[in-house]
Design a protein around this ligand. Sequence first.
Ligand code: CP
Length: 317
Amino acid sequence: MSADPANPDPSGWTRKDLVGIRELSAAEIQLVLDTATAFKQVGSRQIKKVPALRGQTLVNFFVESSTRTRTSFEIAATRLSLDVVNVSATASSLSKGETLKDTAHIFQANGADLIVIRHSSAGAAQFLAERLRACIINAGDGANEHPTQALLDAFTMRERLGDLRGRHVAIVGDILFSRVARSNIHLLTKLGARVTLCGPSTLVPRAFERLGVRVTHELDPLLPEVDVVNLLRIQQERQRKEYFPSLGEYTALFGLTKARAERLKPDALIMHPGPINRGVEIDSDIADSGRSVILDQVTNGLAVRMAVLYLCSNARG
Ligand code: CP
């Protein structure tokens, strides 16, 4: 890798799109994380901007709501000197019945070199990647994948814990409907970490064991064993029926309360991709405590997304 943080070496990356973690090799994941390490230095400078992608245009197309991912991609793109256009579903002609494919072709005909897309349908990013010359970056597609979230989670773990090989990561909560869980499972197993999924049996079915992870429905015995506990949001918008009796009952069994946080190893990391349901997945004081790296995850997302935009754009040529 080049020593210049403004211009890291992109060789070793040949993909114009980032659709999911599932298809990446461990070497490709490490390359994104190493490139993000270089770009993180840019964020600590007085002028947090490099000319790496000057003259190119990014469309940030969010068909589903977002705070973290949308602003993170916009700021990351600005730091790379990209020109950025933000488009939401309601402000686009999707609301008049235009198809996703036609909408994306309009972006490309207007000169978009990169399109970041968040969509409620699994496969939306893949669909566009197969049809457009522009780079397609998946910012979350239904319950399928959220690759940059998993990359920033891994970056944050690697920054605090070093090599992830042999580290034990618990992912707790709504696994069934979680694109964050799927991308994290693919990534962590490829990097040699041990993964245990925990939550109600309705939201954490045993079928996940086929992905090379352990499944348990009891949180308390798991907590002292793990190096990281990653708490996932209960996604009430994706659940079509009741998967547990009440939020109170969920918290009683699976919420990271103060008492449960005391069962963790002293140096274990507490993570959450956000948005947080305070008092449901995690006690509010624990979320804001020094043991939580939730805001570090957000900050690291900038460097990781700079790396992804830079690598995909270079591969497109
Ligand atoms: N973690 C995450 O994807 O958050 P947003 O929905 O706010 O982007």
